[in-house]
Design a protein around this ligand. Structure first.
Ligand SMILES: [Zn+2]
Length: 227
């Protein structure tokens, strides 16, 4: 069961095309896995599309969603599409089996035939992907079951989606299909659950920053390559 979703304002930014390419990929992948967000997005597209298309581009205000919904009035029930919520097997080591991914990620993989998985730590592998933009680093991360990442904070927004397995931090537990947004300054220590490796897809606007004495030595070495 998916428990964490993009909020309404983020969905509206995505629907209106004002969200940057990196975060859009994460939101699109979540929407393809999540019937609730597909329904909400369908409502926005069908009823709010003409309003948005006719308006000049401008930054969204915090209550943009509520104001739009007031204008468009009654929301009809939408037919939900077939769920793509099928587990993706992830073997230990090597490249995870990329079956049953959201279509938008299959397309991204197809456009990155020479991708490489890098071992960042004993328990963490990363595969960076070219996505045709400059502001976000777009990548898969695979965290070995039962292992954790060092405590770190975020210097820019991080948009992430759990594709297989699950992880937890002090905010809760995140499983397959869950959407995670971390804002700059938020500190956490994700730990993969014991039963299986955790595969995530993410777009980050700045490199993470390790806290404490480790950060003094290791932060300058953390790679960050948007593209
Ligand atoms: Zn959702």
């Amino acid at each position: 069961m998916i428990r964490h979703h993009p909020d309404e304002n983020l969905l509206l930014e995505y629907a209106s095309g004002s969200l940057a390419r990196g975060p859009s990929l994460v939101v699109a992948a979540h929407v393809q896995m999540c019937a609730d967000c597909r329904s909400q997005l369908s409502t926005l597209n069908n009823l709010g599309g003409s309003l948005l298309n006719g308006s000049p581009a401008q930054p969204l205000q915090a209550n943009a969603f509520e104001r739009l919904m007031e204008r468009i009035g009654q929301i009809p029930e939408k037919i939900l599409h077939k769920s793509e919520d099928t587990p993706t097997p992830v073997p230990v080591g090597g490249e995870p089996a990329m079956d049953h991914l959201p279509k938008v990620l299959n397309k991204l993989l197809a456009s990155n035939p020479n991708r490489r998985w890098k071992t960042l730590t004993r328990n963490l592998q990363m595969c960076r992907l070219k996505s045709g933009q400059r502001d976000y680093e777009v990548a898969f991360h695979c965290l070995r079951s039962g292992s954790g990442l060092p405590k770190h904070d975020h210097r820019g927004q991080e948009f992430a989606l759990v594709l297989h397995g699950s992880f937890s931090d002090h905010n809760g537990i995140y499983g397959r299909g869950d959407f995670v947004l971390r804002e700059p300054g938020q500190v956490h220590r994700p730990i993969a659950t014991q039963d299986m490796d955790c595969l995530c897809f993410s777009a980050v606007a700045a490199p993470v920053s390790l806290t404490g004495i480790r950060g003094l030595f290791l932060n300058p070495l953390i790679p960050f390559r948007p593209g």
